[in-house]
Design a protein around this ligand. Structure first.
Ligand SMILES: Nc1nc2c(c(=O)[nH]1)N[C@H]1C(S)=C(S)[C@@H](COP(=O)(O)OP(=O)(O)OC[C@H]3O[C@@H](n4cnc5c(=O)[nH]c(N)nc54)[C@H](O)[C@@H]3O)O[C@H]1N2
Ligand SMILES: Nc1nc2c(c(=O)[nH]1)N[C@H]1C(S)=C(S)[C@@H](COP(=O)(O)OP(=O)(O)OC[C@H]3O[C@@H](n4cnc5c(=O)[nH]c(N)nc54)[C@H](O)[C@@H]3O)O[C@H]1N2
Ligand code: SF4
Ligand SMILES: [Mo]
Length: 697
């Protein structure tokens, strides 16, 4: 039989590369890059190309499973979809009956497309509690920038930039299909490159200015950039006068962030800070790429995002061609996290007000991001502010992904009922009462508009799901039917058509074209006469934030755990630990069971300067104990002369293949889930303290 080819998009990571899926005898046989895709231009990476290995893996869960024996045990037995969904329906309805709809939380891990469908489900069910790790992943960027200029600082226009500033961001590993083509285009045309990163990534080493910052001190550096730019009158005077509020207050506020003071805080050299700040201000337009995780995992993540937005604003780069654009997805309010679907926006006021996290982080009521997991834990664990008794997790390995894994495991174990939807067994599915097998991205139809700039792309099912795996949208359609949520969509196609309505296309029509784009608007504020902020201007000094007890100006805060923040702890844990820099081979904790990927990166690694390691008698590739006040894991040394001798970096996501691997190899055994950023709930997992010890054979 001949090979058929289906044009689609890869959903394995947020890049969503264009792919051609090859199918023979009804089976997926190959994944090739689509050269006509406007972002990826034919690029694919190893994990995207591993799709067939993933879907035909012998360990893939292919039947619904229910737990048998002890709840804390790991024994499951196969059951029918009807029985599994029947149990879930009964448990969720019983929880609503006894404890109220808000006692049910449904969550996802990093977005894998299901957010709108889960949210609609929750709205009809009555719960405002959609949980996702946005507080450590993109959410603080959106909160900080939207609070400042009315839109998210998520669409840098690198291809047209004269200066590219990558702040805590290594897209070569984390977003190769979405950003790297444009970055190369910009560099080819002569753009300057500035990288702010404690690690010497390939991009950092290629950069005109690499600022090897001490982890967790970023806000001080941005404030110093702003100070240098204001002091030297390098800002865009016209923009500042017409389109911003509180410039004088900002000027006064940043004046103490002199290069000298900033150098002391950040461990950078004064002249390097100055050179980079001048470069950024001189080379316009300049696009800032803030790392979705790099910028979002700190106790001052909100201030960092606000400061970066202010930096872009005062240099006239907001919404400028080559700067940071304000792209509106063609699906508008029906985009992935659009208000049409947010359970919070669509529930009666008093029910919406119960959204977990709102009491501590009031801004998430205005600029909606999902409930942070760390705001859900107290409700499960202590019934605070009210009890949460039942939960569902789609595509989420909470135990390994979220900080303080032991705590997460204890919390999830204390639920009355948990269901999970995953391809494979994980330390999280082990805690579930019911596990459902989802269809893979190559086995389902979908649309994608999140972070796709001004595009919506069509994902086309190339093969039927491996029996009996099921599209997650279909799972929700079926569950809604069982639970009497009659206003839910009647089919997957209906749901997709509904989301596409603002484009004037049905899914069938979009499928023919593969994509749909709306024109990009530059400097939309000129057209509309305002920014979408309370003052209508860019809020350099945001007076309105004070009503929520939030500082109107961004402030630097020392990491709570660090040489300055906790000097006593520093004596025992003398190295600074940053975690979770991406590796192109893996997505978080997934794929360690996929041979072609495992071969490329078999073990968890600690990037460390050789001089530091040798002081402890540790050689390259040695296994060692890495410890923090939370515990100890095993990890392999990877020597890197570009690491600062007092800083180490540990990859995240390892657990697979070792008995109790989530306790032995998983870096989140060492990270902490408090104190949180007081505005966004961000978790401080990019700047902690640790120690190392040679493992004696
Ligand atoms: N220390 C540290 N920890 C971190 C980070 C860090 O930088 N440092 N980063 C954090 C960030 S930014 C995020 S977003 C979270 C991510 O957290 P998660 O998204 O929970 O992480 P994953 O390990 O990818 O777990 C997802 C699970 O989904 C399954 N899966 C994959 N695709 C699908 C699908 O289409 N459907 C279903 N149902 N299942 C699927 C996989 O098999 C896997 O078990 O991790 C966070 N954890
Ligand atoms: N291959 C792959 N790609 C992914 C993911 C994955 O798991 N694997 N996860 C996806 C998800 S959910 C997310 S949120 C994004 C994350 O996207 P990004 O945040 O862009 O992640 P990275 O590319 O790892 O870039 C973060 C960089 O920040 C640096 N860094 C660490 N601490 C600090 C600090 O204190 N200050 C500064 N300035 N820099 C610091 C790290 O060394 C690292 O190079 O990646 C997405 N893409
Ligand atoms: S970078 Fe790799 S995993 Fe991500 S969308 Fe592209 S091919 Fe898929
Ligand atoms: Mo993320």
């Amino acid at each position: 039989m001949s090979t058929t080819k289906t044009r689609s998009i890869c959903f394995e990571c947020h890049s969503r590369c264009g792919v051609i899926l090859e199918v023979k005898n009804g089976k997926l046989t190959g994944v090739k890059g689509d050269p006509d895709h406007p972002h990826s231009h034919g690029y694919t990476c190893p994990k995207g190309r591993a799709a067939a290995e993933i879907i035909y893996h012998p360990d893939r869960i292919t039947k619904p499973l229910i737990k048998v024996g002890s709840r804390t045990g790991k024994m499951f037995e196969e059951t029918s979809w009807d029985t599994a969904l029947g149990i879930i329906a009964e448990k969720l309805l019983a929880s609503r009956e006894k404890w109220g709809a808000e006692s049910v939380v449904i969550g996802t891990g990093t977005t894998r497309g299901t957010a709108p469908y889960i949210n609609r489900f929750l709205t009809l069910f009555g719960s405002p509690n959609f949980m996702a790790p946005s507080n450590m992943s993109g959410g603080p960027i959106v909160l900080g920038s939207a609070a400042t200029c009315g839109f998210g600082l998520v669409d840098p226009d690198y291809a047209n930039s004269s200066c590219i500033l990558l702040w805590a961001h290594n897209p070569e590993a984390s977003w190769p299909g979405l950003y790297m083509y444009d970055i190369r285009e910009g560099l080819k045309k002569g753009a300057k490159l500035i990288v702010v990163d404690p690690r010497g990534t390939k991009l950092a080493k290629k950069a005109d200015h690499w600022l090897q910052i001490r982890p967790g001190t970023d806000v001080a550096l941005v404030l110093c950039f702003i100070n240098i730019i204001i002091e030297n009158k390098l800002y865009d005077r016209e923009f500042v006068e017409n389109w911003t509020t509180g410039f004088d207050q900002l000027k006064g506020h940043v004046s103490s962030y002199t290069p000298k003071r900033c150098a002391e805080i950040t461990w950078l050299k004064e002249q390097d800070i100055e050179a980079a700040a001048f470069c950024f201000a001189d080379q316009r337009p300049a696009g800032i790429g803030p790392g979705m995780a790099g910028v979002c995992q700190a106790n001052d993540a909100f201030d960092l995002s606000r400061a970066l937005t202010i930096l872009s604003a005062i240099t006239g780069n907001l919404e400028a061609k080559g700067g940071n654009l304000n792209c509106v997805p063609p699906t508008r309010k029906r985009s992935c996290y659009g208000p049409d679907f947010s359970a919070f926006d669509n529930l009666p006021k008093e029910q919406a007000a119960k959204k977990l996290g709102l009491d501590r982080f009031p801004l998430i009521g205005f600029i909606p991001i999902p409930s942070p997991p760390q705001a859900v834990w107290p409700a499960i664990e202590h019934g605070k502010p009210y009890p949460v008794k039942a939960a569902g997790l789609f595509a989420n390995n909470s135990v390994c992904a979220y900080p303080n894994s032991r705590h997460v495991s204890n919390v999830l174990s204390s639920l009355d009922f948990l269901f999970a939807v995953d391809y494979f067994h994980t330390p999280t599915t082990a805690l579930a009462d019911v596990i459902l097998p989802p269809a893979h991205w190559s086995e389902r139809d979908e649309i994608e508009d999140l972070l796709m700039k001004n595009h919506v792309f069509c994902q086309v099912k190339a093969v039927e799901p491996v029996p009996e795996c099921r599209d997650e949208k279909q799972i929700l359609v079926d569950l809604a039917k069982k639970m009497g949520l009659n206003d839910y969509w009647g089919s997957v196609r209906e749901a997709l058509d509904y989301r596409l309505e603002p484009t004037g296309m049905t899914f069938e029509e979009l499928k023919k074209h593969g994509k749909f784009a709306t024109p990009v608007t530059y400097k939309g504020y000129e057209k509309y006469g305002k920014f979408r902020t309370p003052s209508g201007k860019v809020e350099l000094y945001a007076e309105y934030l004070t009503m929520m007890g939030i500082s109107p100006l961004p402030n630097f805060k020392e990491p709570d755990e660090g040489p300055e923040g906790s000097p006593q702890l520093y004596e025992k844990y003398p190295l600074i630990l940053t975690t979770g820099g991406r590796n192109v081979v893996y997505y978080h904790s997934s794929h360690r069971n996929i041979p072609s990927l495992k071969k490329r990166a078999p073990d968890p690694e600690l990037q460390i300067h050789p001089d530091t390691a040798r002081r402890y008698g540790i050689e390259d590739h040695d296994w060692l104990y890495l410890s923090s006040p939370r515990g100890r894991v095993e990890i392999r040394a990877r020597f890197d002369h570009d690491m600062h001798p007092r800083v180490v970096h540990a990859v995240h996501g390892f657990w697979y293949g070792v008995e109790e691997g989530w306790k032995k190899l998983n870096i989140n055994m060492l990270t902490n889930d408090e104190p949180l950023c007081p505005v966004t709930g961000s978790v401080p997992i990019k700047a902690l303290l640790c120690n190392i010890e040679k493992i004696q054979k």
